[in-house]
Design a protein around this ligand. Structure first.
Ligand code: ZN
Length: 337
């Protein structure tokens, strides 16, 4: 059964039956189930990984469907959280994988809970602050992770092997300053995110199957519209790197916080008020004030001006503003403070 299901990759000699066995006992964490994350999750689940932990704070929207290959129109209509929707679809592809779906936002306080026990971490996020947090955790706990990013027709991927290769902070000591192009402002093409997610999944499979020496220690970049596809050598480790040399985990220790406003979107995330919300009760309370819809994971409410999505852990995304003050006001008006 196992033999026939995975026969094509087992037959690939450098992977082999031993690689399959080790993969089946491994755990990977995917941070962010957007375009990159859904490709990574699809490939790892189908390849027969043991445990896949999916972390995502957002819900499925129609504009995701062009590139986030796991989701369907039904998921968008139902407003399902991405982690939950991804889990359901992945189990249809391989019911033998243990899939933990966490509708949550990775931050310094929950990093141990969300990333602990991982054999590899895959980057499916859209911002540098979270990547620097993943890097701090990875270096501190000696867990390999695979960076990936895509915008427009351009993508980049790079494996980080703590204690061996340069770490992310050796290369990017600080988040880039100024306004960066985002998928919302500059667009993004599905083949690019699929390529980058595939490269990340490939390097993760090597690590999880006990084939880390085969990891390609290169920075891969590609522009699939204009042509150049390159691999450049990773720079050496920075002997002054705050993370891997001095072991100062600035982002993990919470001296720096992830931004409240969402990557280029006309929306703000409220995540500092952490306490569970009874979504059924809240739905009943909001009913007379505007259209409201709730499932067990999330509630969506529209007051005519703003759309508020509240998750069961108390976190919310307020759409229709980029003003943090306005979003906080909307939150306290309808959810409480
Ligand atoms: Zn470093």
């Amino acid at each position: 059964m196992i033999e026939s299901r995975f026969s094509r990759q087992i037959r690939f000699a450098p992977f082999g039956p031993e690689g399959q066995e080790r993969l089946a006992q491994s755990t990977a964490v995917i941070v962010g189930c957007g375009a990159l994350g859904t490709i990574q999750a699809t490939l790892l689940a189908r390849a027969g990984i043991g445990t896949l932990r999916l972390i995502d704070r957002d819900y499925v929207e129609e504009s995701n469907l062009q590139r986030q290959v796991l989701y369907t129109e039904n998921d968008a209509r139902a407003g399902l959280p991405k982690a939950q929707a991804a889990r359901l679809h992945l189990l249809e592809a391989n019911s033998g994988v243990n899939i933990e779906a966490l509708v949550s936002d990775l931050n310094p306080e929950n990093a141990d809970d969300l990333l602990g026990g991982a054999d590899a971490i895959l980057d499916g996020t859209d911002n540098f602050e979270t990547r620097l947090l993943i890097n701090d955790y990875s270096v501190r706990e000696n867990i390999p992770w695979i960076y990936g990013a895509a915008v427009g027709s351009y993508g980049i991927a790079m494996p980080i092997l703590p204690g061996d290769s340069a770490c992310f902070r050796c290369i990017y000591p600080e988040p880039p300053a100024g306004v960066q192009p985002t998928c919302e402002t500059a667009g993004v093409l599905g083949p690019v995110t699929s390529l980058i997610g595939s490269i990340q999944a490939m390097e993760a499979v090597k690590i999880l199957a006990g084939r880390a020496p085969s990891v390609r220690r290169k920075i891969f970049t590609a522009d699939l519209w204009t042509g150049p596809v390159r691999e450049t050598a990773m720079p050496p480790r920075d002997p002054e790197c705050p993370a891997c040399a001095r072991r100062e985990f600035t982002f993990l220790n919470g001296q720096r916080r992830a931004p409240v406003s969402l990557c280029g979107r006309n929306a703000v995330q409220i995540h500092e008020l952490r306490r569970p919300v009874n979504l059924t009760q809240l739905a009943a309370r909001l009913e007379g004030l505007g259209p409201v819809r709730a499932n067990e994971f999330a509630l969506r409410f529209h007051d005519g001006e703003h759309e508020v999505t509240v998750f069961a852990d108390g976190r919310a995304i307020v759409k229709g503003t980029t003003d943090v003050g306005v979003a906080r006001g909307v939150y306290s008006r309808y959810v409480g403070n």
